[in-house]
Structures are given as structure tokens and as C-alpha cells.
Design a protein around this ligand. Structure first.
Ligand code: THU
Length: 136
């Protein structure tokens, strides 16, 4: 697998999704500015709301290894249209990914849509907004 083929990394980990409840697999791969790739799949739980999406697993793995700068994300599922990342993931990603960063969203049929973070989550709440509204 080519080191730069981020989508292939997302497809590879798609198989490892732990989805006994939804039976809906998602794979993600995020690349750091230094070129390292971290893969993530969705991990569900009998207590449904604590499920973690593939995108968050990928970025949390990277952050926990000390990575803070990202340049591309790929996400894939077996859907009719390229799989849209959920709102919670968009917010988490927006904390670390710059507005112009591209996200490659895809399905297993080969449809691919490339969107920027800004397009996925316009007018997002940022650390600057938090700082501006804090007391003291
Ligand atoms: N899921 C993801 O992993 N990423 C998304 O952006 C959409 C939803 C997962 C969560 C859950 O395991 C399953 O898909 C069904 O919602």
C-alpha cells in the first residue's frame, strides 16, 4: 500500500470496526504534517452513547502519541453516498485541523468527495471564542 494513499489506509481498518449493534462499519485515516498516518475504526458499546466514531479514534490515537498538526483525513463506509462525518467528529476535528485542510469522504463503491474542514463545519466554535468569553 502506498504510504500516501490515505483512503486505502481507511479501507484497511474499516474491516476492524467493532460494530455488533449497528453493523455499520466506518474506517478513517488521518495524516500528520510530518507524514505519519494513524488509522481508526468505530468502536461501539452495549451502552450505546459511549460509542466512539472512526474519525475520533484516529485523531485521538494521533494526539495521544504527541501529534498536533494534521494535513489530511480520509473516511470510508459502505454507504450509497460518501459517508458524511457526524457533527461531534466535525467539532473534535475542528479543534486540531485548519479550516483549509481537506477531508476525503468516500464509500466502498469508489465515490469520493473532497471537502475542507471549513465546508464541513462553517462558523465553528473555536478556542478563540472560548478565550474571548472567559471571566477574569
Ligand atoms: N459513525 C462513525 O464512525 N463515524 C461517523 O462519522 C458516522 C457514524 C459510526 C458510529 C456508530 O458506530 C455507527 O457509525 C452508526 O452510527
Amino acid at each position: 500500500m502506498g504510504q500516501n494513499n490515505l483512503l486505502e489506509h481507511a479501507k484497511e481498518i474499516w474491516h476492524k470496526a467493532y460494530v455488533p449493534y449497528s453493523k455499520f462499519r466506518v474506517g478513517a485515516a488521518i495524516r500528520t504534517k510530518s507524514g505519519k498516518i494513524y488509522q481508526g475504526c468505530n468502536i461501539e458499546n452495549a451502552a450505546y452513547p459511549v460509542t466512539c466514531c472512526a474519525e475520533r479514534v484516529a485523531i485521538f490515537k494521533a494526539i495521544s502519541e504527541g501529534e498536533l498538526e494534521f494535513d489530511r483525513l480520509a473516511v470510508v463506509a459502505d454507504t450509497d453516498r460518501p459517508v458524511p462525518p457526524c457533527g461531534s467528529c466535525r467539532q473534535v476535528l475542528s479543534e486540531f485541523c485548519e479550516p483549509h485542510m481537506e477531508v476525503e469522504i468516500a464509500n466502498l463503491k469508489g465515490d469520493v468527495k473532497v471537502m475542507t474542514m471549513e465546508q464541513l463545519l462553517p462558523f465553528s466554535f473555536t478556542p478563540k471564542d472560548l478565550e474571548a468569553g472567559q471571566e477574569g
